[in-house]
Design a protein around this ligand. Sequence first.
Ligand SMILES: Cc1cc2nc3c(=O)[nH]c(=O)nc-3n(C[C@H](O)[C@H](O)[C@H](O)COP(=O)(O)OP(=O)(O)OC[C@H]3O[C@@H](n4cnc5c(N)ncnc54)[C@H](O)[C@@H]3O)c2cc1C
Length: 137
Amino acid sequence: MLNDREAGTQFKVWDMQDLDAIPFWNKGRAILIGDAAHAMTPMQGQGGNMAIEDAKAFTLFGPEVTANEVPDILSKIDSIRRPRTKVVLESTRQTMPNTKMADRVERMDFINSYNGIRRALDELETANRLEVAASKM
Ligand SMILES: Cc1cc2nc3c(=O)[nH]c(=O)nc-3n(C[C@H](O)[C@H](O)[C@H](O)COP(=O)(O)OP(=O)(O)OC[C@H]3O[C@@H](n4cnc5c(N)ncnc54)[C@H](O)[C@@H]3O)c2cc1C
């Protein structure tokens, strides 16, 4: 505990830094998640939130998963989580202490619209199917 005399004389200055989006998170049966994959400043209070969403994506591992299936599942996690956290990182970089509340709320719409990895994979698959169909027209 600091006494009154010491208070205000002992402090440290910490530099806030983030991590540029990286090209892939997974290799074989390993994957990065959380700050190791997408550290961002706390301007939108989303670093921990994104880490929790990453962790929740591991529900794609059912009880019967074999070792051979792991790389494919990790690729699916990467295909959803990496683009999403890149958007949040970019949005966080544009958020300053004086950013207007309306702008913050608009950005939160994207953050709040995530319905989990399974729904996101379904949406991605539908979008890909539509794109293939459109290219054949
Ligand atoms: C000031 C501030 C305010 C924030 N506010 C918010 C907020 O309001 N909302 C929000 O969602 N997020 C917020 N965040 C971000 C949030 O704290 C992080 O995004 C989150 O903690 C990341 O979790 P993590 O598990 O990926 O990493 P960490 O929490 O960093 O956990 C990594 C752990 O690994 C341990 N470790 C490191 N190396 C080794 C090793 N070699 N062996 C074993 N263990 C090791 C570390 O000791 C640590 O315990 C804030 C961050 C800061 C700095």
